[in-house]
Design a protein. Sequence first.
Length: 284
Amino acid sequence: MTVTRIASLQPSITLTLHALGRLDRLAACTRYCLEALPELAAHNLITLHDSWSANTDEILSAKPDLVLASVPYRMESLAAILKTGLPVLTLAPHCLEDIYKDISLIASIVEAKHEGEALICQMQQSIASTRWQSDSSANTPLVYCEEWGKPLIHSQHWVAELIEAAGGRFLGEPGTQTTPEAVAEANPDVLVFAWCGAGDRVPLERVVAQRNWQHLAAVRSARVYCIPDEYLNTPAHTLLEGLACLSAAIHPERFPPHPRLIQLNGAGESSGRGPCPSSAWSAK
């Protein structure tokens, strides 16, 4: 089957098609895809709801050969799409290896096997290089990374893998709920927030105050950060930007600052600058 018209219901799929050089196969996408890849606006594509709230009439109007969906999605939405008779492929990655397999699968669908292999190799080499740079560090900071704040939810398994590659220890069980009290008891060295759908707009100072976390080691040393949602929660090659942010937060003495990493400074206010390459946190 030759696939020439794809309806993408998640940014991870659209970003992967872009990296493979196959945006010409895209017939429709979500508004979140447009936010992740603004240049799509010039393509005049049909705009769809995402995998969570998919609208079958919208999808049918795009006349796709294939509907591609990825996490997070609702089974009810997928069932409705399947009833239309359209071919549907759903992706549900949990770890980096799953993401590599999904990239390879999408590449095979759009006849870009070589490009897919190159993209996976780039990701693997970047992660391996980061791990090599962080391996010689004498300390492995304990890192709490949060995907959602109400309720508190630990980031996904692939984020835990990235934190480990960056020389940190992931606090908790990936993807599960926790409480402010449990985090406070663990007293992490670094706090990282990447709320789904929030971009880089997590109110760090308010979160710390509402949870009474002023006494935590991470807060006292101003190692509290916001990483853009799309860098950690989108299972695509853009996770490499998330890795760069995590590396700068976990081992600023070894990795350069990242322009999109937001840090809570010593005065309890958010700063748009990345961490200083020295240990003088209170000077920020």
